[in-house]
Design a protein around this ligand. Sequence first.
Ligand SMILES: [Zn+2]
Length: 292
Amino acid sequence: MKYRFMRFPEGKAKALTVSYDDGSRYDRTLVEILNRYGIKGTFNLNSGTFAKQPGEWHMTAGEAGELFLTAGHEIAVHGYKHVAPGQVSAIDGIREVLDGRLGLEQAYGRIIRGMAYPDSGIQSLNGGATANEIKAYLKSLGIVYARTAGGRTNRDDNPSFEMPLDWYEWVPTCHHENPKLMEYLKEFKEKDIDKVYCARRFPHLFYLWGHSFEFDNKKNWNVMEEFCKAAADSEDIWFATNIEIYDYTQAYRSLQFSVDNTIAYNPSLYTIWFDIDGTRFSIKPGETKKLA
Ligand SMILES: [Zn+2]
């Protein structure tokens, strides 16, 4: 019996990402902190609420693009005008996502495939579209993943560190206001995945989310500073945007293996890393490799 698990680039067993919403001017301070520690994130923007001129609560499209994209962060959809998909009909939700995605792609001249649900997300609270309806139309609209909101308290957080089973219901580890934030990070960092039981050596992901204006409201920027400082102090973590994690995972899933796991072929454009029964392998784009 052979157990095979994905490993992130350079053979790392852990990845960390952050996801912040709404594109307020406070994202500048947040990005300055992230950049200083080499942490990558995804910023979820409403293309229908960009500021018309600099200096407003929201950034202009130009300000946001320069801030996020030059440092390698991801810009993702957050609806057109921040309408909660679970509280409107499917057709209104479709228009929100379509207009949101179209606006971002036109503003930045690139393909945008990620999303974070605005407001109450896929919870249907008011007779709106159901979670299944929303997930189905997102796929048709070219969205490949969507993050939920939760984990502000300890009730709906997700400290399993597992990769998402459903990319359209990507549940973060926790919100930055979660009182267990640093406890979870410590557990994540200290876990030696190569030493856990052989069937459970899955890759681990820490996923933090929030809004940068919350730091300004509560004057607690130190929370993010301390989190990033502690997270960055670790050589076995891959710091990546949401879409980088998604794309790498899809590339891993595209690998082809012989029945006995002794031959692998990589049809993707990524160098992919994996672990078979405790041995680390990497395989280059287009390579066929003997594993034994
Ligand atoms: Zn939002």
